[in-house]
Design a protein around this ligand. Structure first.
Ligand SMILES: [Zn+2]
Length: 151
């Protein structure tokens, strides 16, 4: 089992991605490092997944409050990003909950644990159009946070 669990790292400097099985990681002395620096602090963990599962993404849909810590609700997920977007922009089943969740984010994830989202698509409720509208920037209050739906 552990031979199939892969941790993916990304170098802070050259942005190269490295993959190491948990099995090898546990056997190794010290942390892995990138060829460009040989400093083991320069790698960020960007995901942990099971071998052979790289191709299948899910797109979680998470609604968020703007004024309460950790007030988020992952209402579900889709296998296609277009389906997730359809649900959000049409406010299917009132995921907005009559004003309770002014923000919504779709995150692309792969099978595994602590997976760092590959993609985030942000929406804010528009009082003018009475629906979630895609926004180009992640709201500042959520800037330091990742993994809203799972992980
Ligand atoms: Zn590097």
């Amino acid at each position: 089992m552990l031979k199939d669990v892969i941790v993916k790292f990304k170098c802070k400097y050259c942005k190269k991605e490295l993959e190491i099985t948990i099995h090898n990681l546990m056997k190794a002395e010290g942390n892995p490092y990138c060829d460009c620096t040989e400093n083991d602090d320069d790698l960020d963990v960007i995901g942990t997944y099971l071998k052979g599962s790289k191709e299948q993404s899910i797109f979680t849909i998470t609604t968020l409050r703007d004024n309460e810590r950790n007030a988020a609700r992952c209402v579900g997920f889709c296998f296609k990003v277009e389906d997730a977007e359809e649900i959000v922009v049409n406010n299917v089943n009132d995921i907005f909950e009559e004003g309770y969740y002014p923000y919504c984010v779709i995150e692309e994830l792969k099978q595994g644990i602590y997976f760092f989202p590959r993609q985030e698509i942000w929406f804010e409720w528009s009082l003018r159009s009475n629906r979630y509208e895609e926004i180009n920037e992640k709201p500042k209050r959520f800037n330091q946070i990742a993994c809203f739906g799972i992980g």
